[in-house]
Design a protein around this ligand. Structure first.
Ligand code: GDP
Ligand code: IMO
Ligand code: MG
Length: 427
């Protein structure tokens, strides 16, 4: 059976964790293909809240294989803490696997992420300061440390020495940071290596075998399309490719193995960190979204910027990943707005109307939204379980989005809980 990719359609935090958790019930294997512990995926199941950063959102189902793929970057300390935290809550981690080729976030990556943000000052990106960018830099520069290096202490220390030869110069001379010692880092890694070794595997082979055995395979993206390093709002992006095409490289399977791509979007929009956001609100409507949607980052606790749904960006996301369906989360948050707004187009500084996402950042930075207003609804929809139970205005809102994006909406979120969802909906 071909694989399904779950991809964020906006600026991250769309509710991917909840959607993956829902689909994971019928899946045999869930694999993360990019990003690191910059991600924060919240799952609310049986009145318990789980905040996952690296472990795939299928872990709550015993027996499901959960793969942290080659395209991810893994902070070993953060992963051990997450594993310990889950185990202490009775979650069985027997099914967890970590790609031996995944790159590891080292203490100098975290130090350099923070220092570089400080240096950028008012041009800073607003990163999560988890060392993500510097780790991907070293991967491309071919001086990275990989999970498999944990299995060979001699190679590990040698590779750390090579990397630190350059890093120490940069840390000391450019950023005024203390130098780090390869042996100290290797010593600190030793207990983590012992803890993680049983999980390290050839995960490309594992996923291939599952697909050959006709198993249900989910490929889980982190972040979102507009944070994609190639196609997002560069430079205000993350350092990897969340788009669906990257799932192949990030796992190690071919594109012919994927048949279904589920884009996940909120019924409105949020962004955390710096960078352009045309539909951002600085008024009572935005404050209401923030409050009702509890829009605070899962990883850093930062307040998320809120705004109306942006269909120009959503259509762009559908194009980049080839969505075969869309999951629209948090529709419940929009109850009680007298009118709801949909950004259908952008107006440029020159007054031109754009319905396609502009490739040039100067044009994009000058864009203001062109809205279509729809009637709001007052009803609490958190207990709605079928499309026919939705207020007419809410249904019209959903139908308008599906028609504009030209992708069927097959899942609607009506609350945080695992079962607060309207599914198998085709509009
Ligand atoms: P992710 O990073 O895409 O997995 O999303 P996050 O977990 O960071 O943020 C989404 C937040 O919205 C989480 O707190 C979810 O529990 C919550 N959530 C997801 N779907 C819904 C929904 O349909 N309604 C409401 N009210 N909350 C939701
Ligand atoms: P999930 O998987 C929302 C943002 C950061 C910053 C930019 C670069 O939970 O959707 P980085 O630390 O990656 O170098 O930061 O990307 N960012 C996210 N925003 N959700 C995420 O993950 C994010 N991961 C990174 O805020 O603007
Ligand atoms: Mg998140």
């Amino acid at each position: 059976m071909p694989a399904t990719v779950i991809v964020g359609a906006q600026w991250g935090d769309e509710g991917k964790g909840k959607v993956v958790d829902l689909l994971a019930e019928k899946s045999d294997l869930v694999a993360r293909y990019q990003g690191g512990n910059n991600a924060g995926h919240t799952i609310v199941a049986d009145s318990q809240t789980y905040k996952l950063h690296l472990v795939p959102s299928g872990i709550l189902y015993p027996g499901t294989l959960c793969v942290i793929g080659t395209g991810t970057v893994v902070d070993p300390g953060a992963l051990v803490t997450e594993i310990d935290g889950l185990e202490s809550r009775g979650i069985v981690l027997d099914g967890l696997r970590l790609s031996g080729s995944a790159h590891l976030i080292m203490p100098y990556h975290v130090a350099l992420d923070g220092a570089s943000e400080m240096r950028l000052g008012r041009f800073s990106i607003g990163t999560t300061r988890r060392g993500i960018g510097p780790c991907y830099q070293d991967k491309a520069a071919r001086i990275g440390i990989r999970a498999q290096d944990l299995l060979d202490p001699k190679i590990l220390v040698r590779k750390l020495e090579i990397a630190l030869e350059m890093k120490n110069e940069i840390m000391e001379r450019i950023f005024g940071l203390p130098r780090m010692d390869a042996q100290d880092i290797a010593d600190a890694l030793a207990p983590m290596a012992a803890r993680l070794a049983p999980f390290i595997a050839d995960t490309s082979l594992l996923v291939d075998q599952a697909l050959r055995d006709d198993k249900n395979v989910l490929l889980e993206g982190a972040q979102g399309t507009m944070l994609d390093v190639d196609h997002g709002t560069y430079p205000f992006v993350t350092s990897s490719n969340p788009i669906a095409g990257a799932a192949c490289a990030g796992i190690g399977i071919g594109p012919t193995r994927i048949s279904r791509v589920v884009g996940v979007s909120k019924a409105y929009a949020t962004r955390v960190g710096e960078g352009p956001f045309p539909t951002e609100l600085d008024d009572a409507d935005g404050a209401r979204m923030l409050e009702r949607g509890n829009e605070f980052g899962t990883t850093t606790g930062r307040q998320r910027r809120c705004g109306w749904i942006d269909l120009v960006a959503l259509r762009y996301a559908a194009r980049l990943s080839g969505f075969t369906e869309l999951a629209l989360t948090k529709l419940d948050v929009l109850s009680g707005f007298p009118r709801v707004r949909i950004c259908e187009a952008y107006r440029t500084r020159d007054g031109e109307i754009l319905t396609e996402f502009p490739y040039h950042q100067t044009v994009f930075h000058g864009c203001t939204p062109v809205y279509r207003d729809l009637e709001g609804w007052d009803e609490d929809i958190s207990e709605c379980r079928g499309l026919k139970h939705l207020p007419v205005a809410a249904r019209t809102y959903v139908e308008t989005i599906a028609a504009a994006v030209e992708v069927p909406i097959t899942l609607i979120g009506t609350g945080q809980g695992r079962h607060q969802v309207i599914d198998t909906v085709e509009i």
